[in-house]
Design a protein around this ligand. Structure first.
Ligand code: KIV
Ligand code: ZN
Length: 519
């Protein structure tokens, strides 16, 4: 008997980007979308076109590059939002508009200040208008988890008649328990039948996002919305990797279902998102956390040596994680061996990117004894997915600040010219960032700074993430820098944030024209 497909709707680039500190520039979003396509997600929610010109541009560029996944934009149930969404996904092979309005009494009364009848009218109008741009329209009943089921049926009936083919029932505030979600989905499924696909979108405020999504599948949902590493608003969304691996591992329970996900791309996708956002999954995170396959206790290790099935329900290989991940390349290794390693890790990069990455690899191999797969992943991601390098660090010197005034001398390339200047600060990092400001002419304000090691060892690569505002009216920009030297990684992160800012300037301007339009 053929199995039913559970569609995987990935919203890492939209709901995931709403995680504090997870904003990404256009190049990064394109890199992620291409990886999601490789992973096999059915629908990529590439952003919220009306939110900013930057979002619009990123969705349009993703739409023109993605071939096998549907590209989707979110839109409030407002004409101007739907128009932006329709225009942004226009070039896509397969396109969808996802429009939504809140359906719970709390939201309708306090947020929308609209009656249920007005909400239905607005929803129907939105879906009809969206159908003028695309054939595939998804409608979400925002806060469905706290909505009256009778009203959910009424509005779903109306929007299906207006042309929606997917009805999404988000537990927007992550309030519901699995049996409650199961009940809601079962009721809605009986009511809707095969007139539309039922989708769920579960937030994780009580840590139940994945459990709720699985219960929804058992009760009739055929699409789940989720994110890589469980990124998302507040406590995040249901994690894609956990849903997919549960369906696969517990195929005894989910015997009628399968997904189109190539699970071997799960780990590479997780690393890419962590490298780009600077948000590491917690070490004990299911499936992709650093400790997910580590066996610490002697009893467990003994069992594993005798037979892996004693303590392992998922093999690391099934998610694309090679546990013997020390690169046997060293500083004398050639380009061919390096290219071979990249192929094994699933990177398909052009010759120019290969040359740049190889140069960086050689420089790293000169300084670092053991190079792990995660080092290579981080290095190649930072070389291939970044905003245009308007400014580029050439060299830097720091003055010892133990007793004296912290100072730095930095050379930066801009427009083919090398500019050198020096500056002081209240600490070394302050001195470095102030010197970069002097050279670039932009005055950045550091909002957040964090440093993490990519792999293990005292000589580990440092991955620095900064959040910088270059204009108080605009959101903070994220920058990343990777280097064995933490100070150089910091300088690179700051310059990377500036480059992202420049590539987004003019695109950041909010497109909402007036307050009334904000729902
Ligand atoms: O959580 C939510 O309700 C959403 C909708 C916009 C689908 O993200
Ligand atoms: Zn959400």
């Amino acid at each position: 008997m053929s199995k039913e497909i559970i569609k995987i709707f990935d919203t890492t680039l939209r709901d995931g980007e709403q995680s504090p500190g997870a904003s990404m520039n256009t190049e990064e979003k394109i890199g992620i979308a291409l990886q999601l396509e490789k992973l096999g997600v059915d629908i990529i929610e590439a952003g919220f076109a009306a939110a900013s010109l930057g979002d619009f541009e990123a969705i349009s560029r993703i739409a023109s590059k993605i071939k096998t996944s549907t590209v989707c934009s979110l839109a409030r149930a407002i004409d101007s939002d739907i128009k932006s969404a329709g225009e942004a996904v226009r070039e896509a092979n397969m396109k969808r508009i996802h429009t939504f309005i809140a359906t719970s009494s709390i939201h309708m009364e306090h947020k929308l200040k609209m009656t249920p009848d007005e909400v239905i009218k607005r929803a129907v109008r939105a879906v009809k208008y969206a159908r003028e741009f695309v054939d595939d329209v998804e409608f979400s009943c925002e806060d469905a988890g706290r909505s009256d089921i009778g009203f959910l049926k009424e509005i779903s009936d109306a929007v299906i008649n207006a042309g929606a083919s997917t009805i999404n029932l988000p537990d927007t505030v992550g309030y519901r328990l699995p049996h409650e979600i199961g009940f809601m989905v079962k009721e809605m499924s009986k009511f809707i039948g095969n007139r539309a696909i039922i989708s769920v979108h579960n937030h994780n405020d009580l840590g139940l996002g994945v459990a709720n999504s699985l219960e929804a599948i058992l009760n009739g949902a055929r699409q789940v919305e989720c994110t890589i590493n469980g990124l998302g608003e507040r406590a995040g969304n249901a994690a894609l990797e956990e849903i997919v691996m549960t369906l696969k591992t517990r195929s005894d329970i989910f015997s009628n279902f399968e997904t189109n996900i190539n699970t071997k791309e799960i780990y590479p996708s997780s690393r890419m998102i962590a490298n780009i956002t600077g948000i590491e999954p917690q070490p004990n995170k299911a499936i992709v956390g650093k400790n997910a396959f580590a066996h610490e206790s002697g009893i467990h290790q003994d069992g594993m040596l005798k037979n892996k099935s004693t303590y392992e329900i998922i093999s690391p290989e099934s998610i694309g994680l090679d546990m013997s991940d020390t690169l046997v390349l060293g500083k004398h290794s050639g380009r061919a061996a390096f290219r071979d390693k990249l192929q094994k890790l699933g990177f398909s990069i052009n010759d120019e990117e290969l040359n740049l990455s190889f140069e960086k690899f050689k420089a790293l191999a000169d300084k670092k004894k053991d190079i792990y797969d995660d080092d290579i992943r981080a290095l190649v991601t930072s070389e291939t997915v970044h905003a245009p390098k308007v400014f580029e660090l050439v060299s830097m010197q720091l003055m010892d600040c133990t007793n004296g005034v912290p100072s730095s001398a930095i050379t930066i390339k801009h427009d083919g010219i090398e500019i050198t200047d020096a500056g002081i600060g209240s600490g070394t990092i302050d001195a470095v960032f102030k010197t970069i400001d002097r050279i670039s002419g932009y005055d950045g304000r550091l909002m957040d700074y964090s440093v993490k090691s990519v792999s293990k060892g005292k000589d580990a690569l440092a991955n620095v993430t900064v959040q910088v505002t270059f204009n108080d009216d605009e959101p903070a920009i994220i920058g990343h820098g990777l280097n064995i030297d933490t100070m150089e990684a910091s300088a690179n992160a700051y310059i990377n944030a500036l480059n992202s800012y420049l590539s987004m300037t003019g695109l950041l301007k909010k497109r909402y024209c007036n307050e009334e339009e904000r729902i």
